[in-house]
Ligand binder design. Structure first.
Ligand code: PLP
Length: 358
């Protein structure tokens, strides 16, 4: 069967999404959804959709959303482009910027979709490692001198949650010869964004998603912020109607309801601080997180060393899902999405039991 597809597709193992259980009792702390409901205005917008709107094709460029996002970010609507989720934006960037003769540069450990997209495209992968010094993570010094068509940087980074200073990103944007995608999927939980770089550098594209900060992961809606000249080129590789009528209406209403979204970010940030502190007092080691998750290294001081896999599986048996990867730098860590206070308390209780039992 494999010779029916391009060899690079047959060789790629594809992306493995996090587990998505269908029951509602699992405490789901594995794929970084916002634990609070979306804005009530988003649900109202969905209810207001008419049969006539469904009968027709959607607005191809999601103009209502673009106007709302442009006014929020202080840019022209032509500097906003919508996608059926941030993942589709990444796929479009890869498709538009890197041919089979080109290279795509990205960091590890980071978002595990980046290498998969490069494999599917058949482009060369250039992988650079984050400098990890205890709980300090940072980009390698020479990153901007590497020759590649596309550089994918996640900030705040997943799965570490660390934040790369904007001044460092600016140095990279200024000197890197290709396109720089700054994946800001988690920026709503950070104090700063790289938005100012879009005004200054035509090779910078920001990725934003409605999945995390706006509690709309099920809707599939993401958008790019970049200069109109490059977005015009990216548009050529998008689907003709990437966002459906329901998604455009709900995403627009949610984005406009900043007061509601910000109230959920505030709760998550304060739970993140409490969870981080409680994990540290149990002996876990973690970088300061600027996202809605933490990357917790298993305490080394337990009598019999607990592994990341063991903790992940033991929590799963208790109906709590976290994320664990059998990958370099990550095997002795678990990534935990910040949940509600009640969810975090249950997680902490189980972790305490596990650690004290050793
Ligand atoms: C770092 C990062 N970028 C982009 C995305 C894409 O998000 P979505 O496709 O849900 O908009 C995710 C989702 O988990 C992510 O973790």
């Amino acid at each position: 069967m494999t010779n029916l597809v391009r060899p690079n597709i047959a060789q790629s193992s594809g992306y493995s999404p996090g587990e998505q259980p269908t029951d509602t009792t699992t405490i789901k702390l594995n794929t970084n959804e916002n634990p609070y409901s979306p804005s009530p205005l988003a649900l109202e917008a969905i209810r207001a959709i008419t049969f006539e709107q469904l009968r027709r094709y959607p607005n191809p460029r999601a103009d209502l959303f673009r106007q709302a996002a442009a006014s929020l970010h202080g840019v022209d609507p032509d500097c906003i482009m919508t996608f059926n989720g941030g993942d589709e934006l990444l796929a479009a960037m890869v498709r538009a910027c890197a041919s089979e003769k080109d290279s795509i540069l990205f960091l590890e450990p980071s978002y595990s979709l980046y290498p998969v997209l490069a494999e599917i495209q058949g482009a060369d992968k250039i992988v650079q490692q984050y400098k990890i010094n205890d709980t300090n993570w940072s980009l390698p010094d020479n990153l901007e001198t590497i020759e590649a068509s596309l550089l994918l940087i996640c900030n705040p980074n997943a799965p570490s949650g660390h934040f790369e200073p904007i001044a460092r990103l600016e140095q990279i944007a200024k000197n890197f010869l290709g396109v720089v995608v700054i994946d800001e999927a988690y920026v709503d939980f950070a104090d700063e964004s790289a938005l100012a770089l879009v005004h200054k550098y035509k090779n910078v594209i920001l990725l934003r998603t409605m999945s995390k900060g706006y509690s709309l992961a099920g809707l599939r809606f993401g958008y790019a912020i970049g200069q109109a000249s490059i977005l015009k080129e990216i548009e050529k590789v998008r689907d003709s109607y990437p966002c459906d009528t329901i998604a455009i209406a709900a995403a627009t209403a949610a984005l406009k309801d900043q007061a509601y979204a910000r109230s959920t970010w505030q709760k998550i940030k304060s739970e993140r601080a409490r969870l981080s502190c409680a994990l540290r007092s149990l002996g876990f080691v973690l970088p300061d997180s600027h996202a809605n998750f933490v990357l917790a290294q298993i305490p080394a001081s337990t009598k019999q060393q607990l592994s990341g896999r063991h903790i992940y599986q033991s929590l799963k048996e208790k109906n709590i899902l976290v994320r664990w990867w059998d990958l370099p730098h990550l095997t002795n860590k678990i990534r935990i999405t910040v949940g509600t206070q009640e969810q975090n308390d249950k997680l902490l209780q189980e972790l305490k039991t596990l650690i004290c039992a050793e």
